[in-house]
Ligand binder design. Sequence first.
Ligand code: RBF
Ligand code: MG
Length: 310
Amino acid sequence: MKIINSLDEIRHSYLNAVVAIGNFDGVHMGHQAILRCVKQKAESINGTSVAMTFDPHPVKILGGNGSPPLITVLEQKIELIEENGMDVLICVPFDQSFAAVTAHAFLNDILIGRIGMKAIVIGKDYTFGKNRKGNVAFLQQQARQLAFEVLIPDWVPVFSGSGQRVSSTRIREIIEAGNVEEAKPLLGRYYQIRGQVVSGRNRGGRLLGIPTANIQLQDELCPKTGVYAVTVQTPEGQFNGVANIGYSPTFDDHLFTVEVHLIDFNADLYGRKIRVNFIKRIRGEKKFNHFDELKMQIHKDIKGAREILS
Ligand code: RBF
Ligand code: MG
């Protein structure tokens, strides 16, 4: 997949470009349906599949009612868009001046003029351009004159027959409630966080005999505090693990940490980047009267995680 980081990099329009535009936060099943439609259409006209996204997320620039925590950091979003078979990803730097471009200018100058768009695939409720004046009705009204097609895939339901559709908002709520299992069918994969392993308090290994890798999160969204069965992707390979998210109330520093104990693994991961996939929530965090009780409980958690992951 070719990645374009500025519209000025596009020197020639693409051959029969089929374009999807969106924030694609989470690259969830709804987004995947859109990308699948782009890919199929592009194949059918011997064209180029193009996804266009924005960074930073427009809500971070435009403000409004605060900005929700992103489900996927840009790095993961790019990987997922690539996995969905796009030929080109245009990642538009979003700033105030880009926000001031009218829907008309965006369609005429950028989509048609620069990219050479022959078809656009968008969700029913998607809006774009200054004051969000661009929408499905606007595109349909311009389509004949500018010689492009508008394709609108159906919403993807949360489960078949339900009126509710897969949305980034819904996925955020599910993750924040700790229901990581429920997020899987909506994302089409397990929820993942990534980050660098940093030094912790040196307590897990020394005091409890259960070393943990403390993660400095790249992600904004984080599952609810508690203990989870996870799989961990490291530069040394993939391992099963148990993650603890929270404040370790048994001790009194009450520092928020995201840490993971890797099962049957004994090597140093300091400074390395790891990815943690959340399979199932095991329990909430508890305050123990003595760290021996905590230690026993964590051994039970490890046993539980082994079963879940086997
Ligand atoms: N700390 C607590 O105070 N209460 C807990 O219930 C708790 N559960 C944990 C479960 C697992 C699987 C792991 C790896 C850690 C847990 N911790 C808990 C955090 C523990 O106190 C911490 O790893 C060590 O103190 C090292 O910082
Ligand atoms: Mg640790």
